[in-house]
Write a protein that binds this ligand. Structure first.
Ligand code: GDP
Length: 297
C-alpha cells in the first residue's frame, strides 16, 4: 500500500455514492443508464454534450450528486473486485416487469451480497402491457431479497427507461440509501482512485478514466497506476471539459500515462517520479516472473 495515511475523522467529508446497475440481459440496464444521463443533462446542464468515459455524475432534484458507472454487465464489477478495486457503494438491480427473475438477476444478487453492497430494485419496463411488478417482487422473495412493498427493507421503484416514469423516484431512493451509508472521504490527501476503463487513443496517447476514491487528483500530480506511471497532463470530466482537479467519487479522464493500465488497477499519487517509476517497474517485473512461473509449471 502506497502513501497510506490514517484519515482523521475531522478530515472526512461526505462524498457522492458510486452506483452500478446490474441485472439480466435485455432487462434495460443500458437504457436506464442512458435515460438517467439524458434526463439530467437536459434538465440541469446548459448545452452539455456528455462524453462516454465509463462513468458520469448527475444531480437529483433534491440536490444530491450521484456517480454512475456506465459499464453495465457483471464482468466489470467482478473483475474490478478481483483486482482489489471496490468502487461500488450501491447496486441498482434491474428486473424487467414483463419478465421474471432470471439467471443473471440471481448472479447480480449474489455479487451484491458477496461485496456487502446494498441493493435497490428497479422494476423496469413498467410501461409494457404485460408488466407484472407483483410477480417480480414475489420472485425476489425466493432469493432472499425482500422489498419494501413486501414489508422488507430493500427499496423498490417501478420505472420505465422509455417513458421516464419513476426515474426521479429511483434517483431519490439512491440518494436516501446513500444518506444511510454516510459515505465519507478525506479530500485533503494524496489521491487514490480506481481505473474504470482505459485505452490507447490515437491523438491523446494512453487515456484512463479514473474514479477518485480518496484525496484530490490534480493536474501535475505524479502517480503510479498498476504497472504504469505518469504525471497528470490533463484531467477531463464527463462533460468533456478540462478540469484542474477531481475529488472523491468524481470520474475523470487522466492524460499523461506512459502506458495503458487495466480496468480495476489502482492509481496512487506519489511524491516523486522516481518513486512512481520504481513501483511500476517492480510490479511489471513481478507480473512477468509470475507469468514465467505459471508457464514453467
Ligand atoms: P440491457 O441488456 O440490460 O442493457 O438492456 P437494454 O437497455 O439494451 O434494453 C433491452 C431492450 O429493452 C431494448 O430494446 C430496449 O429498448 C428495451 N427497453 C429497455 N427499457 C425499457 C422500458 O422501460 N420499456 C420498454 N417498453 N422497453 C424497454
Amino acid at each position: 500500500v502506497i502513501n497510506e495515511v490514517d484519515d482523521k475523522e475531522e478530515e472526512m467529508v461526505s462524498r457522492p455514492p458510486v452506483i452500478t446497475i446490474m441485472g439480466h440481459v435485455d432487462h434495460g440496464k443500458t437504457s436506464l443508464l442512458d435515460a438517467i444521463r439524458d434526463a439530467r443533462v437536459v434538465a440541469g446542464e446548459a448545452g452539455g454534450i456528455t462524453q462516454h468515459i465509463g462513468a458520469y455524475q448527475v444531480t437529483t432534484d433534491g440536490g444530491s450528486v450521484l456517480s454512475f458507472l456506465d459499464t453495465p454487465g457483471h464482468a466489470a464489477f467482478t473483475s474490478m473486485r478481483s483486482r482489489g478495486a471496490q468502487v461500488t457503494d450501491i447496486v441498482v438491480l434491474v428486473v424487467a416487469a414483463d419478465d421474471a427473475v432470471m439467471p443473471q438477476t440471481v448472479e447480480a444478487i449474489a455479487h451484491a451480497k458477496a461485496a456487502g453492497v446494498p441493493m435497490i430494485v428497479a422494476i423496469n419496463k413498467i410501461d409494457r402491457p404485460a408488466a407484472n411488478p407483483t410477480k417480480v417482487r414475489t420472485d425476489l422473495l425466493q432469493h432472499e431479497v425482500v422489498v419494501e412493498a413486501m414489508s422488507g427493507d430493500v427499496q423498490d421503484v417501478e420505472v420505465s427507461a422509455v417513458t421516464g416514469q419513476g426515474l426521479d423516484q429511483l434517483l431519490e431512493a439512491i440518494a436516501l440509501q446513500a444518506e444511510i451509508l454516510e459515505l465519507k472521504a478525506n479530500p485533503n490527501r494524496a489521491a487514490q482512485g480506481a481505473v474504470i476503463e482505459a485505452q490507447l487513443d490515437v491523438g491523446r496517447g494512453p487515456v484512463a478514466t479514473v474514479l477518485v476514491q480518496k484525496g484530490t487528483l490534480r493536474q501535475g500530480d505524479i502517480f503510479v497506476v498498476g504497472e504504469q506511471y505518469g504525471k497528470v497532463r490533463a484531467l477531463i470530466n464527463d462533460k468533456g471539459e478540462r478540469v484542474k482537479e477531481a475529488g472523491p467519487s468524481v470520474p475523470v479522464e487522466v492524460l499523461g500515462l506512459n502506458g495503458t493500465p487495466e480496468a480495476g488497477d489502482v492509481l496512487n499519487v506519489t511524491e516523486t517520479e522516481a518513486q512512481a517509476r520504481e513501483i511500476a517497474e517492480y510490479r511489471e517485473k513481478a507480473a512477468k516472473d509470475k507469468r514465467a512461473a505459471a508457464g514453467a509449471a
